[in-house]
Design a protein around this ligand. Structure first.
Ligand SMILES: C[S@@+](CC[C@H](N)C(=O)[O-])C[C@H]1O[C@@H](n2cnc3c(N)ncnc32)[C@H](O)[C@@H]1O
Length: 401
């Protein structure tokens, strides 16, 4: 979204002031220090080749580097997402902050927020990116920010401990260096991907592990290096994709394909469907065998799967069957009603499990921020909590309010 109605305006100062106003209106900026940082940092100097109206657009990223297939490896993150994460971070003057994933501009915001007594270190795995960030930081007047070329998986131990570690690439796990690298009251803000969706989570230390203070839907380029995501994906006929990052979930393309050929079972919950991102988090963390089902527009138009699959939808899979959420208009539930479509020999059982969760969420947890997430570093707790998300270095669990 353009921050200003007049598309002929090219003056960065005017566009920046409009961006700050719009970020306040859209709940990206909630505090005066973050507003001041966004009003001060000359954002366009961190993307000198990009059109200035794109740089100051609230929701657009600026490409920095792609791989040979055109996949984004580095972008300047959108202003709205940066503001949300900096608000989650609760940065205060004098703090020492580590940013994992560089570009320059977010490190400059951090430098404004920590002030002269504070310290900002930014690390990137890519030499081109870190060299570019260094040049931009110098040109924009932030020589005090330290730039480091390394895989952020190991943190930057020589400047630890940090009051804040803010990660700006989609992480699949939380390596020990990030937890050990925090002060006892330190905060980690990390876009954590679980079952194909990413949420920026603000974690505080909690004993040996972490406990969440807030979370918000986010999109990021993937983490590279040691911490790259471990996901499996199978393609079914017609372009239906099923993916999972849970090693315990069986993904048998042939069996799931056969399931797609069986008549579908529809079950309706009788409950309202709304707040899709909150419902999705609940489903992802409570389905006993979670996956994610995707399909492109033409696949949906051919009627192979429901439109809920367009942006990816939580799916429950067994060895030869699967179920996923759908919705229909229903004035009685206030707009839409949630339901389930299931295919395969286990369709009945999967639909039962799924619809039970839809009802439980609607009755008990249908509100913003209903989850508290915890990260428990290895060794895994015994007995394991219900439906844990098992990662290489630890376990994610959730409690619901
Ligand atoms: C979205 S960009 C960062 C945006 C930046 N923070 C800004 O100011 O707009 C994500 C960056 O993470 C980097 N990255 C990916 N994996 C990494 C890793 N393991 N360690 C450090 N950096 C990594 C990428 O090279 C990319 O430059």
């Amino acid at each position: 979204m353009m921050a200003i109605d007049d598309s002929t305006v090219r003056d960065p100062d005017v566009l920046r002031a409009a961006m700050v106003r719009a970020l306040r209106d859209q709940d990206g900026i909630r505090s005066e220090p973050v507003a001041a940082a966004f009003a001060t940092v000359p954002r366009h100097l961190f993307a000198p080749d990009a059109p200035v109206e794109v740089v100051y657009d609230l929701h657009r990223t600026v490409p920095v580097k792609q791989d040979e297939n055109g996949l984004e490896l580095s972008v300047m993150s959108a202003a709205h997402l940066q503001a949300v994460m900096l608000e989650q971070a609760g940065v205060e003057p004098g703090m020492r902050a580590l940013e994992i994933g560089s570009g320059g501009v977010n490190a400059a915001y951090l430098a404004e927020l920590v002030g002269k007594q504070g310290e900002v270190i930014t690390v990137d795995i890519d030499r081109d990116v870190i060299d570019r960030a260094r040049r931009c930081l110098d040109d924009a007047g932030y020589p005090q920010v330290r730039t480091v070329l390394a895989d952020g998986e190991g943190g930057v131990p020589d400047s630890a401990p940090y009051d804040l570690i803010i990660v700006t690439a989609a992480a699949w796990d939380i390596p020990p260096s990030w937890i050990d690298g925090l002060t006892p009251t330190g905060r980690l803000v990390v876009p954590l991907t679980v079952c194909g969706t990413t949420r920026s989570i603000a974690f505080d230390r909690d004993g040996e592990g972490l406990v969440s203070r807030s979370y918000s839907l986010a999109r990021f380029v993937p983490m590279q290096g040691e911490g790259a995501a471990k996901e499996r994906k199978v393609m079914l006929r017609g372009g239906v994709a099923v993916q999972s990052d849970d090693a315990r979930v069986t993904l048998d393309a042939q069996a799931l394909n056969s399931a797609l050929d069986t008549p579908r079972l529809d079950r309706w919950s009788g409950e309202a469907y709304d707040q899709p991102d909150e419902l999705e988090l609940y489903l992802t963390l409570n389905l006993s065998s979670p996956a994610r089902l995707h399909a492109a527009n033409d696949v949906v138009e051919r009627g192979l799967v429901e439109a809920s699959a367009l942006f990816g939808v939580p799916a429950l899979v067994s060895e030869d069957s699967f179920a996923y959420r759908t919705r229909r208009e229903n004035a009685a539930t206030g707009g839409f009603e949630s339901g389930v479509v299931a295919h395969g020999p286990d369709a009945q059982a999967l639909a039962d499990e799924y619809v039970t969760l839809l009802r439980r969420w609607a009755r008990d947890h249908r509100r913003r921020g209903a989850a508290t997430l915890r990260y428990l570093p290895n060794p895994a707790p015994a007995p394991l909590p219900r439906n844990p998300v098992l990662r290489r270095h630890g376990t994610v669990t959730a409690t619901w309010h």
